[in-house]
Design a protein around this ligand. Structure first.
Ligand SMILES: Cc1ncc(C[n+]2csc(CCOP(=O)(O)OP(=O)(O)O)c2C)c(N)n1
Ligand SMILES: [Mg+2]
Length: 665
């Protein structure tokens, strides 16, 4: 590593700048008695070159829209990011926060958590998610660029990824998509240290990553990750290529540590006092823990301050731009009032015409109304466009050389798609939604979990939501998926029962700024059940009485999605037999759980016979049914067959509901 004077600041060398990161990282991990010093020490040179020579950022305006995005995909190396944010002068990261690394309530969580402080662009830690999220950010940049041009949108997305990031399956989907879309402003710096937790990567990994990425249509380079000149030259070149770039940076994990460098032992535990002493000597860093000499800190701060010029220039360009209002509206993420009005008019029309259609089609019809009025909406599907009904009328497909389309063909890459949507939502200016089969929500799950954790507005359209899909059989029939999705905190899971609830679910998903949504939709047709138009969004209550009992309520039938129509029929039969029966539609358990105790008690009809009907496993239903409740649903996996026969086969029938109610009275 060169210790020549930096060409950036008089008297402070590149090594001084990089060693500040190394020292802070060692010291913070040591203070926390927990953490990962090896990666920050190994990648300090690369990160220093990136932040001081290339990255467009302004510590005083961390959310400036045209900043470059920096994603630390290898989230275990969080101290690398926190050190950089501290050194360059982000207000959220004073030294006191670094001293509280990994403590409750600090901004410096074990892995970078989105929302904990300016400069953390996304949550990372589950390996592979960061690079895949970054692909979505780079896509959003292109989408916004096609709307607003170079003047307002022109930035890079940089990623630091580790061996693990590139071993994970999701990296394959993400990199393949990025190459196909020629995301030339995506630059991945791979920490090619040939070490992971179990030891040398050679014990488990022998891919040729460069050949692999080349095959994905990436530009690839290989450099010494401790040579600042080589790093700078590689990044410089990567910025000019027509393809996304992978730069393999050959580094030494734990660089500077006398015995632990280049070994897995520096990966994920404190180095220990003796090793740190040796590292300080090796790095020629004689300063006390957490002490950064003024000259070096000033140099970093000066470099950090330089970003203000570009940010100021951008602010001026925006102020002068004819598109400033449109741009601000896009960034604000608000749903335009015309779109809200159109949604209501659509709902009214649906109630008046009472179509007998699948909720996937109802969703498609809703999109036909809102997509043209909300330019930020970006649809897509993992190769199930015709099944998911996610492509609004007239929405053109995005192409690598034309980003003006409103639809993304993600290919059969569900996981990459979900993570890319996170990236788009985080980037801003884009409201992503896309589809696959509900069963394959499993293939998206790690990214859905991050949507929920990061509080992003990502909308997952998941069709073919039960045995109602019929002949495709048990592999395709979700049974545990509603329960599994409902288990994720801060996720709205909708299973609308008709076209009206579908429109309402869309209204809520679009308005939900801090929560992702899943819309579980049917393949099979359903009648429209909502009797009359009401501006109020009844789905917003999560559950509501769709049909009140005539006479005293003896029975309460609770159902979601396609099973609501079934219980409405059962209710008519019970009423005909003189048994007062109410139907409760429960499109969203999460929203229902948030209502007052009084409202819930009234809707659930405590003291009445309660029967829950959902073509899913029982898990979770007992909360609404109570000890003595009856559940009619799936005992386990489904079967292949025509869907009406499947409902009979599994006993999810009007007869069964009626019989169950009578048996309890
Ligand atoms: C999805 C996922 N699986 C496992 C882990 C646990 N884990 C953290 S780092 C790591 C691998 C470390 O190797 P590498 O990615 O090369 O990082 P380095 O040690 O070089 O910093 C693993 C398995 C994780 N964070 N995410
Ligand atoms: Mg490694």
């Amino acid at each position: 590593m060169s210790s020549a004077p930096s060409d950036l600041i008089e008297g402070v060398s590149h090594a001084d700048l990089a060693n500040a990161i190394r020292a802070l990282s060692m010291d913070a991990v040591e203070a926390a008695k927990s953490g990962h010093p090896g990666m920050p020490m190994g990648m300090a040179d690369v990160a220093t070159v990136l932040f001081t020579k290339f990255l467009k950022f302004d510590p005083k305006r961390p959310s400036w829209a045209d900043r470059d995005r920096f994603v630390l995909s290898a989230g275990h190396g969080s101290m690398l990011l926190y050190s950089l944010l501290h050194l360059t002068g982000y207000d959220d990261f004073p030294l006191s926060e670094l001293k509280r690394f990994r403590q409750i309530g600090s901004r410096t969580a074990g892995h970078p958590e989105y929302g904990y402080g300016g400069g953390i662009e996304t949550t990372t830690g589950p390996l592979g998610q960061g690079i895949a999220t970054a692909v979505g950010m780079a896509m959003a940049e292109r989408i916004m660029h096609s709307r607003f041009g170079d003047d307002l949108v022109n930035h890079f997305t940089y990623v630091i990824a580790s061996d693990g990031d590139l071993q994970e399956g999701i990296s394959h989907e993400a990199a393949s998509l990025a190459g196909h879309l020629a995301l030339s402003k995506l630059i991945v710096l791979w920490d090619d240290n040939k070490i992971s937790i179990d030891g040398a990567t050679s014990i488990s990994f022998s891919d040729d990553n460069l050949a692999r990425f080349r095959a994905y249509n990436w530009d690839v380079q290989e450099i010494d990750g401790h040579d600042p000149k080589a790093i700078a030259a590689a990044i410089e070149y990567a910025r000019t290529t027509e393809a996304p770039s992978l730069i393999a940076c050959r580094t030494t994990i734990g660089y500077g540590a006398p015995t632990k460098a280049n070994t897995a032992s520096s990966h994920g535990s404190p180095l220990g006092a003796k090793e740190i002493e040796g590292a300080r000597a090796n790095l020629n860093w004689p300063h006390a823990p957490f002490e950064i000499p003024d000259a070096i800190l000033n140099a970093w701060r000066t470099l950090g301050d330089r970003g203000a010029t570009e940010a100021d220039a951008w602010v001026k360009r925006l102020a002068r731009s004819e598109q400033r209002l449109t741009f601000k509206a896009a960034i604000s993420g608000e749903i335009p009032v015309e779109a809200q009005a159109a949604l209501l008019a659509h709902k009214k029309a649906v109630i008046e015409t009472k179509p007998n259609i699948a909720t996937r089609l109802a969703s498609g019809n809703t999109l036909d109304v809102v997509v043209p009025l909300v330019p930020e909406l970006m649809g897509g599907s993992a190769d199930l466009t015709g099944s998911n009904n996610t492509r609004a009328k007239g929405a053109a497909g995005v192409q690598k050389d034309n980003w003006s389309g409103r639809y993304i063909h993600y290919g059969i890459r569900e996981h990459g798609m979900a993570a890319a949507m996170n990236g788009m939502a985080l980037h801003g200016g884009v409201i992503p939604f896309s589809g696959t089969f509900l069963c394959f929500s499993d293939y998206c799950r790690p990214a859905i979990r991050l949507s929920a954790l990061m509080k992003t507005r990502v909308i997952y359209v998941m069709t073919h939501d039960s045995i109602g899909l019929g002949e495709d059989g048990p592999t395709h029939q979700p049974v545990e998926h509603m329960a599994a999705l409902r288990a994720i905190p801060n996720l709205l899971v909708f299973r609308p029962g008709d076209a009206v609830e579908t429109a309402e679910a869309w209204q809520l998903a679009l308005a939900s700024r801090n929560r992702p949504s899943v819309l579980a939709l049917t393949r099979q047709n359903l009648p429209t059940l909502r009797p009359d138009y009401n501006e109020e969004n009844l789905t917003a209550k999560g559950a509501y009485v769709l049909r009140e009992a005539e006479g005293a309520r003896k029975v309460t039938l609770l159902a979601t999605g396609s099973e609501v129509a079934l219980v409405v029929e059962a209710r008519d039969r019970l009423q005909a037999a003189g048994i007062g029966t109410a139907v409760v539609s429960m499109p969203s358990w999460e929203l229902f759980a948030e209502q007052s105790d009084e409202y819930r008690a009234e809707v659930l009809g405590r003291g009445t016979v309660r029967i829950g009907v959902e073509a899913m496993v029982r898990l979770g239903w007992d909360r609404w049914l109570g000890e003595d409740g009856i559940f009619i649903g799936m005992p386990g996996f489904g079967e292949s067959g025509p869907y009406q026969e499947l409902y009979n086969h599994f006993g999810i029938t009007v007869d069964a509901v009626v019989a169950a109610a009578k048996s309890r009275l």
